[in-house]
Design a protein around this ligand. Structure first.
Ligand code: NAP
Length: 277
């Protein structure tokens, strides 16, 4: 059994967060699992997980959640900022309200929760912050503009934070999954369809929505357990890495994005998405 840690994880009502919360609890850690749909986390109680209602766009709900963990345990050793979603759509089609909401959940929620736990971790002289980013924080595809904005921001935020808090014994890791079979892609495809129907982007957007839907309802994406293994390393390793890139095709896509001239990348992805350039 590893050293028992007190862990707060967001986005634990489904997909990656649910799997990670369950596995961490089975390893003997004390896990507080946060999300809005608290009823979906009920089964996790069987493994000793404590579910809590939390909306990462609501400051009061985050402050109450952190306070509840501190009152019960006296400490928080690990914060896993995992809540997130993709509102896909052409930049022209996504309303500024939807764009702001996505940034609120994927970036500002993560930032605010981090700021709430940092004073306690600094006092403890130890702590870990693990942020779920994505290969979408490393490479860009059409119709994912605002989602990419949030994940590129999470990358920059985490890199700055890691250097700032190292002197206080706090370690920061990024989890960078490629396609993982969860509800994420189904939700992103639905948003892409909704935002595109009847617009000049419809044809290409519906094709991409269809690709997303097929990929996330098929069997060739990696399972959430693959991401959980990386999260376990970030939680348990004495020297956690700054980034863990995992999932099928994740390394290849980022590699090509980094070596190809922008014009070639644009042409390749547009051709793949059947967008006329
Ligand atoms: N699946 C992939 O291919 C993939 C790849 C790279 C990165 N990621 C990232 O991995 C993370 C987890 O996603 P997933 O794939 O596991 O998708 P998922 O199954 O849809 O889970 C998303 C989680 O985020 C929570 N959430 C959404 N909005 C929230 C809010 N306002 N407040 C609190 N919680 C909220 C949801 O809980 P409630 O709705 O109950 O609140 C849910 O538990 C996300 O950050 C996603 O961007 C996913």
């Amino acid at each position: 059994m590893k050293t028992r840690k007190v862990i707060l994880i967001t986005g634990a009502s489904s997909g990656i967060g649910y799997d990670a919360a369950q596995t961490l609890a089975r390893q003997g850690h004390k896990v507080y699992a946060a999300a809005r749909r608290v009823e979906k986390m009920e089964p996790l109680k069987a493994d000793g997980v404590t579910p809590m209602a939390m909306d990462v766009t609501d400051s009061q709900s985050m402050a109450t959640g952190v306070q509840a963990v501190l009152e019960a345990e006296g400490r928080i050793d690990v914060l896993i900022n995992n809540a997130g979603y993709g509102y896909f759509g052409a930049i022209e089609n996504v309303s500024m309200d939807e764009a702001r909401r996505q940034v609120e959940v994927n970036l500002f929620g993560l930032a605010e929760l981090t700021k709430l736990v940092l004073p306690h971790m600094r006092r403890q002289g130890s702590g870990r912050i693990i942020n779920t980013s994505s290969i979408a924080g490393k490479m860009v595809m059409p119709f994912g503009g605002w989602y990419h904005v949030t994940k590129f921001s999470v990358e920059a935020f985490s890199d700055a934070l890691r250097m700032e808090v190292k002197p206080f014994g706090i370690k920061v890791s990024l989890i960078e999954p490629g396609g993982i079979k969860t509800d994420w892609g189904i939700i992103a495809a639905r948003h892409l369809k909704e935002s595109s129907v009847g617009t000049p982007y419809e044809q290409a957007a519906l094709l991409e929505a269809d690709l997303l839907h097929k990929a996330y309802s098929g069997n060739y994406l990696s399972a959430p357990a693959v991401v959980t293994r990386a999260i376990l390393r970030a939680v348990n390793s004495p020297c956690p890495r700054a980034r863990y890139r995992i999932g099928r095709f994740s390394r290849l896509g980022v590699f090509f994005h980094s070596i190809l001239p922008t014009r070639l990348w644009d042409a390749m992805t547009s051709r793949f998405m059947r967008i006329k350039m």
